[in-house]
Design a protein around this ligand. Structure first.
Ligand code: ZN
Length: 204
């Protein structure tokens, strides 16, 4: 399986990092080895001073497809969750300055936190009508509404599947809203979707 991530999909987050709002989705990958095992703490790697939390809606692909139209995209997923796209921002800044790829900053072990999945049917809401939060010991760090995405889930599936086959079990991280900041040892980060706590990570 692969983890497909979208950058700058909320204009308020693009702005907070001084990036332009993109005219097409920014796409990058994380390997399967990036997944933080369930219930394991996240250890801040020694080679970075600044790991940012990015809470994101995660869509699970449950059907094989290529060149999927936006209209047909809803047939390719039925479950969603929340995840953290943990990002070594200091390393990413260095790589961006050189025009290099982001893997060192985005694809490291433990950089993909993935919560429990819920059926959209169970949530009883449209995928573009979901609210989510990231809290630390109960304090809100990030708040998002999927209606604010620049590119909808269906549009992202259409765009990505133009050049990459989507396989059963692939995960799509759909971008983070504003409020990204560095995690600290002692943090307890909880992601909630429509009031359901889907992951809890202790930072060490
Ligand atoms: Zn992200």
């Amino acid at each position: 399986m692969k983890i497909i991530c979208i950058g700058r999909n909320y204009s308020d987050h693009a702005r907070e990092l001084g990036n332009q709002v993109p005219s097409e989705p920014v796409v990058f990958l994380k390997p399967q080895s990036a997944i933080l095992s369930h219930k394991h703490p996240f250890y801040i790697p020694e080679w970075t001073q600044e790991v940012h939390h990015e809470v994101e809606l995660v869509v699970k692909i449950d059907r094989l497809g290529k060149t999927i139209s936006e209209a047909h995209a809803p047939r390719y997923y039925s479950e969603v969750s929340l995840g953290l796209d943990l990002t070594a921002r200091d390393v990413q800044a260095r790589l961006k300055a050189k025009g290099h790829p982001w893997e060192r900053a985005k694809a490291f072990d433990g950089s993909a936190v993935i919560g429990q999945f819920m059926a959209l049917e169970q949530l009883g809401k449209d995928v573009q009508d979901l609210s989510f939060t990231l809290t630390n010991h109960g304090n809100v760090l990030q708040e998002g509404q999927t209606k604010d995405m620049l590119f909808s889930v269906n549009r992202l599936i259409a765009e990505v599947s133009k050049f990459m086959t989507l396989k059963v079990g692939d995960l799509l991280f759909t971008g983070t809203p504003a409020g990204v900041a560095a995690v600290q040892s002692g943090d307890r980060l909880v992601g909630s979707l429509e009031g359901h706590d889907l992951f809890a990570v202790n930072v060490k």
